[in-house]
Ligand binder design. Structure first.
Ligand SMILES: Nc1ncnc2c1ncn2[C@@H]1O[C@H](COP(=O)(O)OP(=O)(O)OP(=O)(O)O)[C@@H](O)[C@H]1O
Ligand SMILES: [Mg+2]
Length: 502
């Protein structure tokens, strides 16, 4: 008598012989009851799972016609070894007892494929050798891919998240994380796996919650946000100055925290978005110290990194860098080795791009479907700009103008220095170009206020780490040199809208 699915357990019960080790799994059922009776739910769960897998294997025997119907002796037997908690091989192991007349060759790829589809998340392995036929089913179940989603499906981020990242949909609910808590994140994935799309979705929430700095040497992804970013590096030679500027700001913030005797940055946070980390490593000639320092110091200073890469190799993310980036989103990767680098285990090579990902958060790995999101198209779309006068201005000018117009910041050099903690030259340059382009009113005749500040610059420079020398602008402009241009008498101040110039 052979088994069909409806009489499976009955037949097994009849087939089970107490002397034979190959009891196709009625013993398991007994052990489930036994384990549960002794209040060991974990063992019970494991035996129950083993029993379920046994049933699936038997179903595959039937489907692949490995058993010969009608004769009890020709039904393959199964012996199952359920791993104990401390068992070295975390897998269910089955030994198949072949009925006479059934050859091992019957256990082919078709059988394995059939079994895999029945086992859902488990990935069975088949070994045939002189000792017999063995089926190994690793204990760990691969979570199924959650349904695809769009950004709208994720709803609104939790209220208490300072820098919410919409990583996607997990099986039961939207998956949000707080970058402010993370404090840095890495998106790894092969070309076309959906990294940039995920970055866009994140920026959708980050741009108005934080000061965003960007590095995008491919020029295709982040340029559209240029107007909303503090700084954007699109050329290899801009990368290092940007990192240095950010490092300087980090140090300034840390010094401020120290002077206030605080541990955590309460002000506006900064997010550095890097679309291809490998290019940054290349641009800085393999020297990733600055980025590493940013990662180490950033947490307390409210400076967070959002890095993306196609090539998660050890050269691109060295071990000490990786240790500082505990939150990792692993989209589809080409090989199990890449997956090992990002997640600490294989698996990402089996994901189906685009949008299929594992999120590693601390020790927990969750499978998510990242949101499909169409990023805003043009960088200088008129309808997108808040104020047409801001078009074509640099990030500094834009920020200064906004501060002056909306926050009542004084339109003086000192005002800007105090508001943005810029060096005096930077403040002055910004102010000057805002006035030159007619966005701001001409300077008042009295610029005495500014002259004093120049001396502070020396102190600024001395405070910097040695690498900061790049920030000393070559030409020194003093208010005296530029002052006369701004007087009423010269009258060169055209009150033309800024459009005239761009
Ligand atoms: N979650 C998603 N759902 C559906 N389609 C997606 C999803 N994510 C990305 N895509 C689509 O996949 C394509 C590639 O995505 P994307 O540009 O983000 O890949 P990438 O990983 O940045 O690739 P590259 O490394 O080449 O820059 C795009 O056409 C995008 O629309
Ligand atoms: Mg991309």
């Amino acid at each position: 008598m052979s088994y069909t699915m409806s009489n499976f357990w009955d037949v097994l019960a009849k087939n089970a012989s107490p002397k034979e080790t190959y009891y196709p799994d009625i013993g398991l059922v007994r052990r489930v009851k036994y384990a549960l009776g002794f209040g060991d739910p974990e063992a019970g769960r494991k035996y129950r799972e083993a029993a379920w897998i046994t049933k699936q294997i038997a179903a595959s025997f039937v489907a692949c016609k490995i058993n010969t119907p009608g004769d009890r002796s020709e039904t393959p037997g199964l012996c199952c070894y359920v791993p104990a908690a401390d068992y070295a091989d975390p897998a269910y192991n089955f030994k198949v007892k072949l009925p006479s007349g059934v050859r091992a060759q019957r256990f082919n790829d078709a059988f394995l494929e059939d079994l895999r589809s029945r086992l859902g998340g488990f990935t069975p392995e088949l070994t045939i050798n002189e000792d017999g036929v063995f089926i190994r089913v690793p204990l760990e179940r691969v979570p199924a891919r959650p349904p695809k989603c769009t950004l709208a499906d994720l709803g609104q981020p939790p209220d208490d998240y300072k820098l919410p990242l919409p990583l996607g949909r997990a099986q039961r609910a939207p998956y949000w994380v707080d970058l402010a808590r993370a404090p840095h994140t890495l998106f790894a994935g092969a070309s076309g796996s959906g990294k940039s799309t995920l970055i866009h979705a994140c920026l959708h929430f980050l741009l108005d919650r934080a000061d965003v700095w960007g590095v995008d040497l491919k020029l295709v992804e982040l340029s559209r946000y240029k107007s909303q970013m503090v700084q954007l590096a699109t050329e290899p030679e801009e990368v290092e100055p940007l990192l240095e500027a950010l490092f300087r700001e980090t140090r300034r913030r840390l010094a401020e925290l120290q002077s206030r005797n605080q541990n955590d940055w309460q002000g506006r946070r900064i997010v550095l978005v890097v679309d291809e980390l490998a290019e940054v490593t290349l641009a800085s000639k393999g020297d990733t110290t600055l980025l590493l320092r940013l990662a180490q110091l950033g947490r307390a200073a409210g400076v967070h990194l959002l890095l993306a890469t196609q090539r998660p190799s050890v050269q691109i993310i060295p071990g000490d860098m990786k240790a500082n980036v505990p939150l990792r989103v692993c989209l589809a990767l080409p090989t199990a080795i890449d997956s090992q680098v990002v997640l600490g285990k294989a698996g990402a090579e089996l994901l189906t791009p685009p949008g299929d990902a594992y999120v590693l958060d601390g020790h927990r790995i969750t499978r998510v479907s990242t949101p499909n999101y169409k990023a805003p198209e043009a960088a200088f779309d008129l309808t997108q700009a808040e104020d047409p006068r801001l078009l074509g201005l640099s990030a500094d000018e834009r920020a200064a103008y906004k501060a002056i117009q909306e926050e009542g910041c004084k339109a003086t050099q000192r005002g800007l220095v105090e508001r943005f903690h810029w060096g005096t030259r930077r403040a002055m340059r910004t102010l000057k170009s805002l006035r030159n382009s007619g966005v701001l009113e001409p300077a008042p005749a009295d610029v005495g206020d500014d002259v004093d500040d120049i001396s502070n610059d020396v102190a600024d420079v001395d405070d910097l780490p040695p690498t900061d020398k790049v920030f000393m602008e070559p030409q020194i402009e003093t208010p005296a040199a530029v002052g006369p241009l701004f007087t009423e008498k010269t009258g060169i101040f055209p009150k033309i809208p800024v459009f005239g110039f761009f």
